[in-house]
Design a binder for this molecule. Structure first.
Ligand SMILES: Nc1ncnc2c1ncn2[C@@H]1O[C@H](COP(=O)(O)OP(=O)(O)OP(=O)(O)O)[C@@H](O)[C@H]1O
Length: 309
């Protein structure tokens, strides 16, 4: 549905995107994660046909950005990370205005506007001035606007940015509904745990380079590298336990903390039954044994800190 091949964008001497190879399939919800200035908005603007790549290729629904932008535009809905000013316009007029711009007229226009108002839960605000809406409502209205022409692909640049927790949950529910409707969604965000719940695939970008792309569960596994265990024994046994475990050939390192030890296993070691066996055989008590949880957020930190090659 979306494919980029060696996509590169320079702004003067600044390389904003460097040989980006992305693939997003139909029905995917792809989370595009990266720190400020990583190149997310640049990628999204290219896919939205608003920017030309310096070299490389971007395709949307098999049409090439730049050469076939006219064919791409009806198929996409692009929500930028800002909301323009619309003075003296109420919500319904705003949507009717954009529906007209998409050449949706007459009875069909009324029907479509009603549908998107209902879908985005903005029906009760139809007569409210757009400029007076809360940030969360404006974000939902931006999404309502790009749904009018029923696009296959949604390109959403930080739709949950600066929203309060309730508005974020509402946004997430709306995006899940769009996913159920079969839309292919690319969403950029800094809010990692939210993407964990929403996206089936994730791309992590840093300084214009894609560090990882694939199912987020896979990324978490890769970021994990060697498994880390939290092992707790009584305080007076910790020194001996640390020494015993660090001698084991399965163990990479032992890091004693206040109430437990972090035991890093060597890459590929997943069976840690030797830990309780060894400790109990040496007369120790095991108070805690669990795998360190690696979620999308910790994976992101590890990957972008270059902790995983
Ligand atoms: N029009 C422009 N002219 C010059 N440099 C630009 C322009 N647009 C973006 N850049 C630079 O390109 C790099 C990538 O910017 P981009 O906005 O794509 O990053 P981003 O990942 O979306 O960041 P953020 O999360 O802050 O929105 C940054 O260094 C930015 O300063």
């Amino acid at each position: 549905m979306i494919k980029t091949v060696n996509l590169t964008k320079r702004y003067g001497s600044l390389v904003a995107l460097s040989n980006l190879n992305l693939e997003i399939h139909e029905g995917d919800c792809f989370g595009f994660i990266g720190p400020n200035g990583a190149g997310k908005s640049t990628t999204i603007k290219i896919l939205a046909t608003l920017l030309q790549p310096t070299w490389g290729e971007a395709r949307v629904c098999d049409f090439v950005v730049g050469y076939q932008s006219r064919q791409i535009r009806p198929l996409i809905g692009y929500v930028p990370d800002y909301f323009g000013a619309y003075e003296d316009m109420v919500v319904q007029e705003y949507l009717e205005f954009f529906a007209a711009a998409y050449n949706i007229n007459g009875v069909e226009r009324n029907k479509v506007v009603e549908q998107v108002l209902e879908l985005t839960d903005l029906g009760y605000k139809r007569d409210a001035p757009v400029d007076g809406l809360s940030r969360g409502m404006k974000q939902r209205l931006s999404i309502a606007r790009v749904l009018l022409h029923d696009p296959k692909v949604l390109l959403l640049d930080e739709p949950a940015g600066n929203l309060d927790p309730r508005a974020r949950i509402e946004m997430r529910e709306l995006l899940k509904e769009l996913q159920r409707m079969g839309k292919t969604i690319l969403i950029s965000s800094h809010i990692l745990p939210e993407l964990q719940d929403l996206c089936n695939t994730v791309g992590i970008i840093e300084q214009g380079e894609l560090i990882y792309s694939g199912p987020w569960t896979d990324i978490v596994r890769k970021a994990r590298g060697g498994m880390i265990l939290h092992v707790g024994v009584p305080d007076d046994q910790q020194v001996k336990a640390a020494s015993l475990l660090s001698e084991d050939p399965n163990v990479e390192s032992v890091n004693p903390l206040d109430t437990y030890m972090e035991v890093a296993l060597k890459d590929g070691v997943t069976d840690y039954s030797f830990v309780p066996e060894k400790l109990l055989a040496n007369g120790m008590k095991l108070r805690l044994l669990k795998e360190e949880e690696v979620n999308l957020e910790t994976a992101f930190m590890r990957l972008t800190k270059g902790m995983v090659q």
